[in-house]
Design a protein around this ligand. Structure first.
Ligand SMILES: NC(=O)c1ccc[n+]([C@@H]2O[C@H](COP(=O)([O-])OP(=O)(O)OC[C@H]3O[C@@H](n4cnc5c(N)ncnc54)[C@H](OP(=O)(O)O)[C@@H]3O)[C@@H](O)[C@H]2O)c1
Length: 257
């Protein structure tokens, strides 16, 4: 008799659009149970359409800056083993409010809340579920802008860059913490992905300093969210606790910390 395979489970934050929606779509397509977190389920039309056609997708209210949302969701799924936690939700923030000369404290706090506090709190709340899973993986979607070691011609957005560097550091520490329990913790750059974030951020006016450097994201090779996630899923699949604590590009290459 063939033993039925246990359905694997992935939890994705920011699953209503962009890269997060693709994670939900592609994991569901290969038979995974998907816990799809999003801030506003009633406005998440694409995700709701996906979920209405596939009972393996559960749409859950999850603002990652809201500790009550996180702990309530962790409690709701306390008996569920989660194979992969994907901290995908993120925000870039208006360029004009993080431009030199007009730095906006409130925006800094918002970005740090979403990009740093959220993923750390998600790890704290869901570590037990991941430890109980077979996959034992925590993946956070970072950016090459958070790489201190990379020298690149990129926009000077200090809040976003600092938040992703902080995320990277936090994930290194969490990786150390969870290593003994067999959990692999890795940060991934998804590529320069054609999502609302990229369009809203760089499709609008670039600040004068960037114009002077002739930076335009349209000069850089972009990929679709579907392409990004198609590359990321096999890389995530290949992670082991031995390779925990890495900073990888969507093509599998290492990015300097
Ligand atoms: N696109 C790129 O080129 C690129 C490059 C490097 C890294 N990244 C990273 O990739 C990840 C996905 O970005 P994307 O390109 O798919 O951008 P996106 O289309 O703008 O999607 C961002 C997602 O994050 C969610 N989100 C924002 N704040 C949240 C909060 N407080 N709680 C829960 N969810 C929240 C958004 O939900 P709402 O719809 O409710 O706002 C949305 O689902 C981000 O971490 C981003 O920093 C993207």
């Amino acid at each position: 008799m063939v033993t039925p395979e246990i359905q694997k489970t992935v939890l994705v934050t920011g699953a209503n659009r962009g890269v997060g929606l693709q994670f939900a779509t592609q994991y569901a397509a290969v038979g995974w149970r998907v816990i799809a977190g999003c801030r506003s389920p009633d406005q998440a039309q694409d995700l709701q359409t996906l979920a209405s056609a596939d009972s393996s997708i559960a749409v859950e209210t999850l603002d990652v800056t809201n500790s009550n949302h996180i702990t309530a969701l962790a409690e709701k799924y306390k008996d569920t083993a989660i194979d992969i936690l994907i901290n995908n939700a993120g925000m870039y923030g208006d360029l004009s409010r993080q431009a030199w000369g007009s730095l906006d404290h409130a925006l800094f706090q918002d970005i740090m809340d979403v990009n740093v506090f959220g993923p750390i709190k998600m790890c704290e709340a869901f570590a037990p579920h991941v430890v109980n899973g077979q996959g034992k993986k925590i993946v956070s979607i970072t950016s090459f802008l958070g790489s201190i070691g990379s020298v690149s011609k990129t926009p000077s957005t200090p809040f976003y860059a600092a938040s992703k560097a902080a995320l990277n550091m936090a994930m290194r520490g969490i990786g150390q913490r969870l290593k003994d329990q067999g959990v692999s913790v890795v940060v991934f750059m998804p590529g320069l992905v054609e999502t609302r974030m990229l369009r809203q951020t760089f499709g609008l006016a670039l600040d004068e300093a960037e114009k002077a450097k002739n930076f335009d994201y349209r000069d850089l090779p972009t990929i679709t969210a579907s392409e990004s996630v198609s590359s990321l899923i096999p890389l995530i699949e290949s992670l082991t606790v031995e390779t925990s604590g890495r900073f990888l590009n969507y093509d599998g290459n290492e990015i300097p910390w």
